[in-house]
Design a protein around this ligand. Structure first.
Ligand code: UDP
Length: 239
């Protein structure tokens, strides 16, 4: 594990939604992630920051489709990520895992502001750092926020957990193209050149420019989070 001591996990907001009901935030799912994360933290020598999305509650494009101003709608999306981060915090702390929520949009009564050096200090103390509100700027996604934060805090690896049943990077969308094959490893350039939509391309090019490898894996399969964090080569490594 020495080569991935400090890592960032990007979790989509939709990963926290219920698969079987209309619940946008499923307590059982949040609980499962809290167990997997706290066990991994207890057993493995890793420092973990989690960037959580907000797509289960709101996406910028939702409002834009209804005629809203993009910046306003994106701000709503950023606030949605804070709701998810607080839910994860609550569940993690119930399992004895210390956490801090750091937000890119300041809300002092709710959480600490994101300050790079403070985030690193929390990680060094063994806290799971939950990074919320994206990067505080509209027109971006939490994929890009995760890439930026991972570079800032000098993470060794960015984990992108998928939730739509696609367990890595494929030659085409396997849900539409049954003959699509999964790559064990792929270069940043190939993702961009082939326009493989596994992750926001802004995030992919950022990781390329900053030499930050990404492991894409299926977050929803029980035990996978633990497997990925322990260094198992599941899914696809992008580098
Ligand atoms: N968002 C933003 N700036 C950021 C990060 C997120 O404006 O730096 C907004 C954007 O509207 C996005 C929403 O927050 O649609 C929720 O984030 P995202 O779609 O990345 O969540 P996920 O798909 O991972 O659940």
């Amino acid at each position: 594990m020495a080569d991935q001591k400090r890592v960032v996990l990007k979790m989509s907001g939709e990963a926290l939604a219920s698969a079987s009901s209309e619940e946008t935030l499923d307590a059982g799912v949040v609980e499962r992630f809290a167990v997997e994360i706290s066990e991994a933290r207890a057993d493995l020598d890793i420092e973990l920051a989690v960037v959580v999305g907000g797509g289960n509650i709101w996406r910028g494009t939702t409002g834009v489709g209804a005629g809203m101003d993009r910046a306003t709608s994106d701000t709503m999306g950023m606030l949605a990520t804070v709701i998810n981060a607080l839910a994860l915090q609550d569940a993690l702390e119930k399992h004895g895992q210390d956490t801090r929520v750091l937000t890119a949009v300041h809300m002092a009564e709710v959480a600490e502001p994101y300050i790079r050096r403070r985030a690193i200090r929390h990680l060094e103390k063994g806290r799971v750092v939950l990074l919320a509100a994206g990067m505080g700027n509209p027109y971006f996604t939490t994929d890009t926020s995760a890439a930026l934060r991972a570079a800032e805090i000098e993470a060794d690896l960015l984990f992108k957990g998928t939730h739509g049943g696609v367990d890595g990077v494929y030659s085409a969308d396997p849900r539409l193209e049954p003959t699509a094959t999964r790559f064990d490893e792929i270069s940043f350039m190939d993702i961009v050149a082939k326009d493989l939509r596994v992750m926001d391309l802004t995030a992919v090019t950022f990781c390329k420019d900053n030499g930050l490898p990404i492991r894409v894996f299926d977050l929803m399969r029980e035990g996978n989070l633990r497997r990925a964090l322990s260094g198992e080569q599941i899914g696809t490594l992008v580098r």
